[in-house]
Design a protein around this ligand. Structure first.
Ligand code: HEC
Ligand code: HEC
Length: 407
């Protein structure tokens, strides 16, 4: 295990203490850490390192934003699986909290085993942080919201650090990182983002593995008949085939599944008119091939591909997919199985009466959309891979992935 855990001391409670399962003093089995996921409810307690404790404070400190009202927790709500706090496709940020973001705010749980972006042995893109994998690590990621004009909107690293130097925990920051740390803003910024990474790696709230499904995998809870049917449909390559990208089985080392393989795919999610950036018909969010660095600009085959998100806690989310196009699981799953059998339900009709399938991509990239794998491997003359009641079964199963289950 790569994280250093010490023995029993009490976890300092933050806002997460209001989760029902946190109300009892949080007792953590070190085996649950670092994605081992095989833990039980057995009492033991994790300690956060001094750095992680600082990261925890920074994570919910609204004074580090230009608006004075926004922190990481604003968009990654600990009470909602560390995902978006509301049903808005994108969150509002900036100095007056009126600047809409470009993408949906994802859950940031179960990322501790994710790696930097790379191409695997088969040449497939994998890993990285953000929907397009552009950040190499949690630390790299953590620096960006502070300076994004649509998020915490600070003018510079020095601007952030001037605010940090006035924080209630500034003395602790100096104690951990050196007395003169605030006189070196670039270094201080680097330490602050390191602390945020450390918090996300160490705090078990980011990967509690405490869902009903985890309990079931440990031989505890049993699934209802409907949940069991949903699980079978989720796994069945000829039905949902969901596990192909959202793995549901224990890994060889006994660790519990993350419901993402950190790979990328192009699902042809319909355009979301709710996004202000989409008011411009020439604007398209192309995911991988349009990363800011331009490193994949020539890989036009990757235009429209986004990272597979974890489905853990998905039933607590109110918006789905990178553009927040769908607002309920029922709608999201119906889209999956009826995208090709009933395209008229999801896409606009062209002037000539034909359907403008995959309308959130320029025509030249439409061929990138995955049309070969179940459940999106059929045509309008065929039955959807899942019936309406089978979709309900899968949703019942997905609800077993919500953390905080108590028998
Ligand atoms: C205004 C809302 C907002 C704020 C504030 C915000 N985030 Fe995010 N976060 C997002 C959005 C939106 C994305 C996805 C952006 C993208 O993919 O381009 C994201 C992505 C992430 C990811 C990557 C998830 C993955 O699956 O790769 C992490 C980790 C993360 N945020 C952590 C943080 C931290 C730490 C902070 C505070 C420093 C923070 N966020 C502040 C909205 C926000
Ligand atoms: C070939 C890979 C693949 C398969 C198979 C697959 N998914 Fe996904 N899933 C993805 C990708 C990629 C995304 C993100 C796409 C995007 O936002 O553009 C996603 C997103 C989702 C989301 C939105 C989650 C969120 O937090 O926004 C849900 C829900 C979901 N999938 C459920 C399912 C279910 C249920 C099945 C089976 C019926 C399934 N998926 C099959 C790759 C896959």
């Amino acid at each position: 295990m790569r994280l250093g855990y010490q023995t029993a001391t009490i976890v300092q409670m933050g806002d997460v203490s209001m989760r029902p399962w946190f109300r009892k003093i949080l007792l953590i089995n070190a085996m649950m850490m670092a994605g081992c996921g095989g833990g039980s409810d057995a009492p033991s307690v994790a300690v956060l390192s001094a750095k992680a404790e600082l990261g925890k404070k920074v994570f919910s400190d609204v004074t580090l934003s230009a608006s004075g009202r926004m922190s990481c927790a604003s968009c990654h709500d600990p009470l909602r699986g560390h995902a978006a706090p509301n049903g808005s496709a994108v969150q509002l940020g900036g100095s007056s909290l009126d600047q809409p973001g470009h993408r949906a705010s994802p859950s940031i749980r179960y990322l501790s085993t994710n790696t930097e972006f790379s191409f695997n042995d088969e040449g497939k893109p994998t890993g990285g942080f953000f929907w397009d994998g552009r950040a190499d690590s949690l630390q790299d990621q953590a620096g960006r919201p502070f300076l994004s004009d649509r998020e915490m909107a600070n003018l510079s690293k020095a601007d952030v650090i001037a605010k940090l130097a006035r924080a209630a925990y500034a003395a602790e920051f100096r104690a951990v990182f050196g007395d003169d740390i605030f006189s070196r803003p670039d270094d201080a910024f680097e330490r602050m983002t390191l602390a945020l990474q450390q918090f996300q790696l160490e705090d078990p709230a980011f990967r509690p593995f405490s869902s009903k499904y985890d309990d079931f995998l440990r031989g505890g809870a049993s699934l209802t008949a409907q949940e069991q049917r949903g699980l079978s449909l989720f796994n069945d390559p000829a039905k949902g085939n969901c596990a192909a990208c959202h793995p549901s089985a224990k890994k060889a080392d006994g660790s519990h599944p993350l419901f993402t393989d950190f790979s990328y795919d192009n699902l042809g999610v319909p355009r979301n008119a709710e996004l202000p950036s989409n008011a411009d018909p020439a604007h398209f969010d192309l995911g991988l091939c349009s990363r800011q660095s331009g490193d994949l600009a020539t890989r036009t085959d990757l235009c429209g591909a986004f990272k597979v998100p974890t489905l853990r806690n998905v039933a607590t989310r109110q918006v789905f997919f990178h553009n927040g196009r769908f607002k309920s699981l029922k709608e999201a799953l119906t889209f999956y199985v009826q995208r090709d059998t009933n395209p008229e339900k999801w896409y606009p009709i062209n002037a000539d009466g034909s359907i403008r399938k995959f309308d959130d991509l320029p025509e030249r990239y439409v061929a990138n959309v995955n049309t070969s794998e179940a459940p999106y491997d059929r045509g309008p003359d065929q039955q959807p891979a899942l019936s309406d009641s089978e979709i309900d079964d899968v949703i019942e199963f997905l609800k077993t992935l919500t953390d905080g289950f108590r028998r």
